[in-house]
Design a protein. Structure first.
Length: 296
């Protein structure tokens, strides 16, 4: 088991419109897309209320030991701490040391462990619960099966597994065709070779069935729609100002209908994307799911 020993990091503060190269959707150093620390911060801040509701929906109990798997920078650790209290225990696990170095700026008492979801570096049954937010989107089907086995190994019988993830097939923004999101999701998921995240990011509303098939019991799921009414500002402006160019580049590469490309080309650069989402008549939305199950 390897733990980080880095000192707490300061907050990353930026003014709106920073990052002119729009590179904040870059992968983390181990290659997971949309996992750079500043992207994760922006996404969390832009939908903080919904993320708080999602973490609360997991229902972790006071005093319990919870692992935050695929923690990234540990953005969710304060919400898990809020649930388990000071008597509880929160451990952040991520494959990416660079992200993990930020964990203690979010929760000074969280433990930070470098490790893979496919070989979680803790002993059997060591935790009462497990939270995995936006991790399964980067796993292909075989890796998700293996990760679910690991989650069930490290959570004690009766303990709770909570997985939060996205359904990019339901991604939408206006003014634009309602089918941009579904077309792009389909083009990515049917490409050859297919990227793990292209499959993982449309799995959201199927997660309860995955938990059930893995052998978890009392499975359930809740769907959350996050709305972004224009004109976007602050973290939402930064988020969409880099998210849309990332998706526009995917649309060009994966072969969406030609009519869709006309819109994607209007948001292909960070400057154009920021102008687009700054319109008062802009409206974006994304769909996120929290799926729950208990270890038998
Ligand atoms: C999109 S980020 C989500 C971070 C955080 N949970 C959040 O919601 O803000 C995905 C994280 O999962 C980590 N990750 C990807 N594959 C992993 C694996 N096989 N094992 C452990 N962590 C992994 C990445 O390094 C990244 O930090």
């Amino acid at each position: 088991m390897s733990a980080t020993t880095e000192p707490p990091h300061g907050r990353i503060d930026r003014a709106d419109g920073d990052d002119p190269d729009g590179d904040r959707t870059r992968a983390s150093s181990t290659g997971t897309v949309l996992s750079a620390a500043d992207w994760l911060d922006d996404h969390f801040e832009a939908c903080r209320d919904a993320y708080e509701a999602m973490a609360a929906a997991a229902g972790f109990e006071t005093g319990s030991r919870v692992i935050d798997l695929g923690s990234g920078t540990g953005i969710f650790t304060p919400l898990l701490r809020r649930a388990v209290g000071t008597r509880g225990q929160v451990a952040a696990v991520d494959i990416d040391l660079e992200n993990l170095r930020h964990v203690r700026r979010h929760d000074a008492s969280a433990q930070a462990l470098v490790g893979s979801a496919l070989a979680i570096p803790v002993r059997d049954g060591a935790f009462d619960g497990l939270w995995a937010a936006n991790l399964t989107q980067s796993l292909d089907d075989a890796a998700l099966e293996a990760a679910l086995r690991e989650m069930m190994r490290v959570v004690r019988p009766g303990g709770l597994v909570a997985i939060k993830d996205v359904d990019m097939a339901a991604f939408r923004f206006s003014p634009a065709s309602p089918f941009l999101g579904p077309h792009l999701a389909e083009a990515c998921a049917t490409a050859t070779p297919v990227a793990a995240e292209s499959v993982g990011s449309v799995r959201g509303r199927d997660l309860r069935r995955w938990l059930h098939r893995a052998g978890l019991v009392d499975t359930s799921q809740r769907t959350f729609v996050i709305e972004y009414p224009g004109a976007l500002e602050g973290s939402a402006l930064r988020l969409w100002g880099s998210w849309l160019p990332y998706l526009a580049a995917l649309a060009e590469a994966k072969g969406v209908p030609v009519a869709d490309l006309e819109t994607w080309r209007q948001v292909a650069s960070p400057q154009d994307a920021r102008a687009f989402v700054s319109r008062p008549d802009f409206h974006g939305s994304e769909v996120q799911v929290v799926a729950l199950g208990r270890v038998p």
